[in-house]
Write a protein that binds this ligand. Structure first.
Ligand code: SF4
Length: 230
């Protein structure tokens, strides 16, 4: 895993003090103080939702970079497995034939490519069983790590209402480890910034050793030998 910087932070050199991040943050996690030149994200309040990342036009909001770590995994000689969120098709709408995705990702050095939708099916079945046994108790789905953080940080009285189930990406990683063995290195690739923190929760089990956002995947592909027309 990469060193543990905050999952989202502000690059002061790019910040133009537009405060668009402050306006969109749903949990008031961005501090503005007269004695400080730029706003500052409070890690203990941030839930990693990424809204500020999208809102900041000078691109001053950055997230924890995992590229170098993943590149090291890919050149480590270990078998590597990419776990891909199905929304890759909408992110890379320039790739019109979805069958190219597997070849694209394998061209980076991954040995196997799996879709997280397998984990979605597993977890959907587990939720169906859970709801049948809920007996009137309200349950909050725990698929989104930002929602889990929101409950834990701001509504601790609701923690017991969080569904006691792992997310689809963690379920997929568990299956992949069973399939190929505990020694394979798994890398989650998707749109979610906060999946980087979610992976840390399972660090001791080595379930997910790297998390790339689609932004990072695009950078990796751009700088690799892969070309769209190859
Ligand atoms: S990632 Fe979300 S919670 Fe964190 S500072 Fe940005 S908008 Fe606020």
């Amino acid at each position: 895993m990469t060193n543990r910087k905050p999952v989202v932070y502000i690059n002061d050199e790019r910040c133009r003090n537009s405060y668009s991040c402050v306006r969109v943050c749903p949990v008031n996690a961005i501090e503005v103080k007269p004695q400080k030149e730029h706003p500052y994200i409070l890690p203990n309040r941030c839930i990693g939702c990424g809204l500020c990342y999208v809102a900041c036009t000078p691109h001053a909001i950055e997230f924890r970079d995992s590229l170098e770590h993943v590149k090291k995994l890919l050149s480590s000689g270990r078998k590597t497995v990419a776990l891909i969120e199905p929304s890759i098709a909408s992110e890379f709408d320039d790739i019109t034939d979805y069958r190219k995705f597997v070849a694209m990702i394998r061209s980076l050095g991954f040995d196997y490519v799996h879709e997280d939708s397998f984990g979605v099916d597993l977890i959907a079945a587990a939720y169906a069983k859970l709801f049948l046994k809920a007996e009137g108790k309200y349950l909050i789905t725990a698929n989104c790590p930002s929602i889990v953080k929101l409950v834990e940080k701001f509504h601790p009285e609701l923690v017991s209402n969080l569904a006691p189930l792992v997310s689809p990406i963690i379920a997929t990683a568990m299956v992949v480890k069973k399939l190929y063995g505990p020694e394979v290195a798994t890398v989650q690739i998707g749109p979610c910034i906060d999946a980087k923190d979610e992976a840390f929760i399972y660090e001791s089990d080595n379930l997910i050793e790297g998390v790339l956002t689609f932004v990072e995947l695009r950078e990796l592909l751009t700088n690799s030998k892969f070309r769209k027309d190859s």
